[in-house]
Design a protein around this ligand. Structure first.
Ligand SMILES: Nc1ncnc2c1ncn2[C@@H]1O[C@H](COP(=O)(O)OP(=O)(O)O)[C@@H](O)[C@H]1O
Ligand SMILES: [Mg+2]
Length: 283
């Protein structure tokens, strides 16, 4: 007899299988260019019911990766963008007054646990401590949540998975995750893709030619090497795509790069001037 685990393992399709499922299915799967072993790691973590932590700077593909993987695995992706106000109640649910009655309404975590979805808690380190505690019972052998407002305990099905994202370099969020939280997860580090990969991503996403994408990636590579700029965070793939889209829609390349790359990176006039100079000699 097959265990749940082997049945689950066999039910995770390869990308080719997803593509063979028909044009509808392949049209909906988000484009994701792997830059390491992240696809295999995610599928195996899912099969083994190990929660995942995605680490890395903003705009380097973490959200896109999960959109792609959820589609491949065949589960709904429920995303919560955490901020400093995110509380346990926001995650679990609350009583709402509807037409004179009080009705319990599931929060996103409860909904994901009930339906066996992939729960993606984006920027988890930003959330309040009581929100982080909610994920403890979900990420150890218990795999359950307790709703103290209704007295209900809900066990997650085998299909359920927790994924969190965390940006270790994000200066404004100095709140580090505690070891007791971190050690519940297998972790994948996302960085900027290498030049060849990034050219493909930018060309695909912005719908521009490879030569223009190459110039944009060249600018990014130079900015990323300029550590003396002491940027809070360096230029992301997302910014390059934005510059590419502005170019595709008719903004002159330099102006597009200044608006989409130089200005969003910093407010200091000197820093922006240095980046502008670099743009002007590159495109
Ligand atoms: N490996 C990749 N494959 C395909 N697209 C990518 C990849 N990395 C980044 N992107 C593009 O960059 C954009 C920003 O990435 P995103 O997933 O939102 O970043 P993060 O969640 O890490 O902040 C995506 O919308 C996508 O267009
Ligand atoms: Mg994201």
């Amino acid at each position: 007899m097959k265990t749940n685990q082997t049945m689950l393992a066999e039910s995770v399709p390869s990308l080719d299988q997803v593509r063979e499922n028909g044009s509808d299915a392949s049209a909906k799967i988000a484009f994701y260019l792997p830059t390491g072993n992240e696809v295999d790691l995610c599928i195996h973590a899912y099969r083994s019911r190990i929660p995942l932590m995605l680490k890395g700077p903003t705009g380097c593909g973490k959200t896109r990766f999960m959109e792609h993987m959820a589609r491949r695995i065949g589960r709904e992706l429920i995303t919560v963008s955490c901020n400093e106000d995110t509380s346990a109640t926001d995650l679990l649910g609350r009583h709402l007054i509807r037409g004179g009655d009080t009705v319990w309404t599931d929060g996103p975590v409860t909904r994901a646990v009930r339906t066996g979805a992939i729960l993606y808690l984006d920027e988890i380190a930003e959330a309040r401590a009581d929100a982080i505690v909610v994920i403890h019972s979900l990420t150890d052998h218990r795999r359950e949540i307790f709703l103290d407002r209704t007295g209900e305990s809900i066990q997650a099905s085998d299909d359920f998975m927790v994924v969190i994202s965390y940006n270790p370099g994000y200066q404004r969020s100095l709140r580090e995750l505690k070891p007791s939280t971190r050690q519940r997860f297998a972790s994948i580090t996302f960085g900027y893709p290498n030049e060849r990969e990034e050219i493909r991503i930018v060309a695909h996403e912005a719908e521009i030619d490879a030569a223009t994408a190459k110039k944009l990636v060249g600018i990014a590579t130079k900015i990323r090497q300029l550590t003396e700029l002491s940027l809070l965070e360096s230029v992301s793939t997302r910014l390059l795509i934005a510059a590419g889209k502005l170019i595709a829609s008719g903004i002159p390349p330099r102006a597009a790069c200044i608006a989409a790359i130089a200005e969003p990176l910093d407010d200091e006039a000197e820093t922006i001037a240095a980046i502008r100079q670099l743009i002007e000699i590159s495109i």
